[in-house]
Write a protein that binds this ligand. Structure first.
Ligand code: GUN
Length: 295
């Protein structure tokens, strides 16, 4: 039997619809329009496509979009000055600095410079700490998207064994925290893990976030498991560029119970969750309640 395909595109569209309703209510009741600022340093083509999409969808849900494309040689001081300007701007409720930065060593400093209340990526140590301690706050978008897809597919996650492959600050670590908060037993695997296949085979849930094309094979999967594939890898096959995930979709979908496709799985959820976070941030900054959709 082939696995059920988890339709991230449809679930993301539904979530954006709920966000749009929340934005309309905020405008009507409080005269408030949430604003999202995106800062892109340098001209990485993949980041540019992503940023263009974000901008389009921000406007579609009724928010203001502020976009800053800075040259690759922008100094650390100039970037920090831009962040400070956005922190002080009352029309901006969410700030996203697209990663990776051309100077990777500046990333931690720039993330820490963002006002935690406007940190819609949830990357600031304040929000990361709140996630770890279960205090709520702004949750990183891709992990939140994974959680929403899992809950939609499985309902209650409590007691399930979740195996996360990858330990990045953007996906692996926060998704593991979210799953722990849902009372999963969580295993985090990484490049130094021994016998990774045997570890992954224990998972009722597998979240693959390593960025290695088709690394996870059918033999790694417990029959019936739910696979969330975060990877978006460009590969050349028969002279054509194709997008593939971190799981070998064709073979894995013959063993798994449910699986996210690439594209059309986790990807669309990330932007939808970014918009959700921006609505949440705007409501909190103005101390108003709004129906921000729970995970
Ligand atoms: N680069 C890849 N994914 C993300 C993301 O979710 N946020 C930011 N800021 N940069 C990214």
């Amino acid at each position: 039997m082939n696995a059920r395909v988890i339709d991230g595109k449809a679930i993301a569209a539904e979530l954006r619809g709920q966000v749009a309703a929340g934005v309309a209510e905020l405008k009507q009741r409080h005269g408030l329009t949430p604003g999202l600022a995106v800062v892109l340093v340098g001209g990485d083509p993949a980041s540019q496509v992503y940023v263009t999409n974000k901008k389009k969808m921000t406007v579609e849900v009724g928010m203001r979009s502020f976009d800053y494309q800075l040259p690759a040689d922008t100094t650390r001081e100039a970037l920090l000055a831009k962040v400070a300007e956005l922190n002080a701007d009352p029309g901006v409720h969410g700030i996203l600095v697209q990663l990776p930065l051309p100077r990777k060593e500046d990333e931690a400093l720039v993330i820490e410079a963002i006002d935690p209340a406007k940190d819609v990526d949830g990357f600031h140590p304040f929000n990361a700490g709140r996630l770890m301690t279960g205090q709520g706050g702004l949750i990183p978008c891709t992990p939140l998207g994974c959680l929403i897809l899992l809950k939609r597919t499985l309902g209650d996650l409590s007691g399930k064994h979740a195996v996360v492959i990858g330990r990045s600050n953007i996906v692996g670590k926060p998704v593991a925290q979210l799953l722990l908060a849902e009372s999963c037993t969580v295993t985090i695997c990484h490049s130094r893990s021994r016998d990774i296949e045997a570890l992954v085979r224990q998972g009722d849930i597998v979240v693959a976030a390593v960025g290695i094309p088709e690394m996870v094979k059918a033999g790694w999967i417990k029959p019936g498991a739910t696979i969330i594939d975060v990877g978006i890898n460009r590969i050349e096959k028969e002279g054509k560029t194709r997008l593939v995930g971190d799981a070998a979709y064709e073979e894995v979908s013959k063993i798994a119970g449910a699986i996210t496709p690439v594209p059309g799985g986790v990807g669309p959820m990330t932007i939808a969750c970014l918009l959700r976070n921006t609505l949440q941030a705007a409501c909190r900054q103005h101390a108003v309640t709004c129906n921000v959709i729970a995970a």
